[in-house]
Each structure stands twice: as C-alpha cells, then as structure tokens.
Design a protein around this ligand. Structure first.
Ligand SMILES: *Cc1c(COP(=O)(O)O)cnc(C)c1O
Length: 410
C-alpha cells in the first residue's frame, strides 16, 4: 500500500497500536501512576528495557498517542508533549543547555520566547539575536560554544520568513543543533525536517488543537542529528541508538526537573483537534489571503504584511517552502485613524491575544503584547504603533470582509 496522506495518517494513527475495547481513538487515561504485576517488570520499565508508564509526570497513554500523531505529522523520529508551547521550549532547552553555552536566535521570535531567552542570561547561557531572513547573519553569530540555533518559520506579527533552508545548511555544516518553531506553519504547511531541522517545536494550543480549548506543546526529534557529537548528554542517557539520546534526555531529565507535563484531558482535546488540521489550515490560509488582498486595497490601510502578497520581501521564499502562508497577517492604518476604535467596531472578529483559533482574532500590537518593551524597542523591531495583528479563522470569508468593511467605514 502507498504511504497514506497527511490527514489519513493523522486520523488513523491511534489504531497503529491496539486500542482498549475497540475504541476508534485513544481514550483519556487519568491515572497518576501505573502498576505492574511483578516488581521485576517495574524495574525493567524504569531502566528503559521495556516500554511502559510508571508515573504520570513522564507521560500517559493518552499523551503518548498524541505524541505518535505529531511524530507522523512531522515525519520525525519521536515526540514529547508538554503542558504548553512555552513548556516545550523551556524544558527542551533547559535539558540540553548548560551554563557557558551560547545560542543564536531570531530577533523576531514570539515575545514570550524572547522573554525566556533573556532569562537564560541569568543562568549563564548567552543568546545572540539576529535577523534570520539571511542565513549569513546566523553564520556570523556562531561561536565555538554555540550549541543551538533557534528560529521560527513565519514571524508574528510582522510575518518575516526566515531563510530556513540556508540556516539549515549552516547548522549542518557546523554541526549545531537546529531548532525550528513550526507553530505558525504547522506540519501541514511545512515540515522543518526538509530543511535539516534537528528539533521541531509546535505549540499545540494554536492550529494543531485549533479550537482554543486546551493548551499544549511538543518537541519532535527529526532523527537527523547525531547526538553522540553533542557535549551535554549525561552518561546515563548514552544508551542504545545515538539518534535517541536527545529525546531520552529531554523526557527523563526535562520532564522530571520541570514537571511541565501535558495532562491527559488536554492531550485528548488536542488529538481530536489535530484530526482536522489540514481542512482548517486550507480555509485559514485562503481566508488570510483574501483578507490581506482586501486590506491592501483599502484606502484607510497604509501597509499589509502577509507572505502571500507579491510585495512581501520573502514572497518567493514562502512560496517555495510552504504549501500555504498560514493565518497571521498584520496591517497599519493610515495616520490619524485610531486602531483601537476601529477594532471596537468589529462584530464577528474577536479582540483576543490568542492565534490559531477557528475564530478570527485581532489585537492592537503596541499597547498589548509589545507594551512592556517600550516604544523605542518596538520601533527597532519595525512594529508601528498602529499595527494590528489578525489571526484568521475558518469563518465564511464574505462575513469577514463585510465586518472589516463596516469597521473601517466612516
Ligand atoms: C503561542 C506560541 C508559543 C507558545 O505556546 P503556548 O502554548 O502559548 O505556551 C510558542 N511559539 C509560537 C510561535 C507561538 O505562537
């Protein structure tokens, strides 16, 4: 049989292992601990000689089924789930980095990730932020102690597209761990493994869950990185195939230390959401494209940022990398128009900080998610005071356009 397509594989992944009582998808297992008929078996599971569960902080059958699904979606080797996207990023990096290490990161990261990387400085991990739209900037920032390069696919809110393939080539040549946050594009639009990513981060809270009803995060090892060359693997995790050392350390050490485990109820919600990812993303992308074109032609709009518009600086790159440009777009109103008042007139579009929801969401960027950093830093990141970010959902496009038409009318 030919390899099943994205949605077929996602829908049927639970059935690759027997499911209790003939259930069609994995049920919720709310047990905090798991027991074995004899202590010898428990010892084997503890020592990694036998697969199984011992204590819910290291995972549950429900989160394991979701992890398998994401591994398939990313065409990876293995996945570990976490209580949120931030938990995935922080736990992964705290498990893999040590004081004295250096990291290169995009200067256009999701704000909370930037905040985390600034915290790293307090723990002796140095981070250099660079413009990732050119791989040369990443290369120039590498040092002998650089352990990780961390980028996102499409930046939020200004939609810059990183030179994902170029950076992948640099990381491969220099044997540096390449971590790509794929939250905005999701594995349906883009698999970072194709540009030689070592680890892929997804916030499951966003498009993969899709319904805005559960938080979760994941890291997927693509299987491309040779962990035997990575200096920070503890001796007890240097067992078995070298490809697996990284995920074993993140799960064992990371989940144990941070305790940022994905609960079974949330895992179940996210797994159900994941089933329709492809359908939702197609609609999300086409809505974003239509809305971006509508706004770009509107007399009260000064500028629109969306990789699907031909005047976007990385339009060609986005087209060659992604099979859709996702649902994040942002725009500036012409001078003299109050963006908060305009957003207040929207009736369907919701004012909310989230993204990747089935509902279309809008937020004025400067006074909310970029407020703490101050006007000077915003200007240096190209964030205009009137910038509005939209995350398009799956509504009927005519309704979204009518909503914006009315909100921007006199
Ligand atoms: C939301 C988001 C995160 C964090 O995910 P949470 O589930 O909210 O913790 C990380 N990266 C990107 C790109 C995001 O959009």
């Amino acid at each position: 049989m030919k390899k099943p397509g994205f949605t077929t594989a996602t829908l049927h992944s639970d059935r690759s292992k027997p499911i209790e009582h003939g259930a069609t998808h994995k049920p919720i297992h709310n047990s905090a601990a798991f027991c074995y008929a004899d202590a010898n078996e428990l010892v084997k599971v503890f020592q990694g000689e036998k697969a199984g569960f011992v204590y819910g902080r290291q995972g549950s059958p429900t989160s394991a089924a979701l992890e398998d699904k994401i591994t398939r979606m990313e065409d990876g080797l293995a996945t570990i789930s976490f209580s949120s996207g931030m938990a995935a990023i922080s736990t992964t990096l705290f498990a893999l980095l040590r004081a004295g290490d250096h990291m290169v990161a995009s200067s256009f990261l999701f704000g909370n990730t930037t905040s985390l990387f600034e915290t790293f400085a307090q723990f002796g991990i140095e981070v250099t932020f660079v413009d990732p739209t050119e791989a040369a900037n990443v290369e120039a920032a590498l040092k002998p102690n650089t352990r990780v390069v961390f980028v996102e696919t499409i930046a939020n809110p200004r939609t810059q597209v990183a030179d994902l393939a170029g950076i992948g080539a640099v990381c491969q040549a220099r044997n540096v761990l390449y971590v790509v946050d794929n939250t905005i594009t999701t594995p349906f639009l883009f698999q970072p493994k194709r540009v030689c990513a070592s680890l892929v981060i997804n916030s499951l809270t966003k498009y993969i869950g899709g319904h805005g009803n559960a938080l979760g995060g994941a890291v997927t090892d693509t299987g491309l990185f040779d962990w035997s060359t990575y200096p920070n693997i503890y001796d007890h995790y240097k067992k078995g195939e070298t490809k697996t050392w990284g995920v074993v350390q993140i799960r064992k050490k990371g989940l144990r230390d941070a305790g940022a485990t994905l609960g079974p109820e949330a895992a179940h919600h996210l797994a159900i959401g994941a089933e329709t990812l492809a359908l939702r993303m197609q609609r999300t992308c086409s809505n974003a494209q239509r809305l971006a074109e509508f706004l770009a032609a509107h007399p009260k709009v000064k500028r629109v940022y969306y990789p699907g518009l031909s005047d976007h600086p990385q339009y060609e790159r986005a087209k060659s990398l992604f099979c859709g440009n996702s649902g994040i777009l942002s725009f500036e109103l012409i001078d003299g128009i109050d963006c908060i008042a305009a957003l207040g007139k929207l009736e369907i579009v919701i004012s909310s900080t989230n993204l990747g929801d089935n509902r279309t969401l809008a937020i004025p960027v400067a006074p909310t998610i970029y407020f703490e950093m101050g006007a000077e830093r915003r200007a240096s990141l190209g964030i205009a005071e009137s910038l509005i970010r939209i995350s398009t959902g799956i509504e009927d496009i005519e309704d979204l356009i009518a909503d914006f038409t009315a909100a921007l009318a006199d």
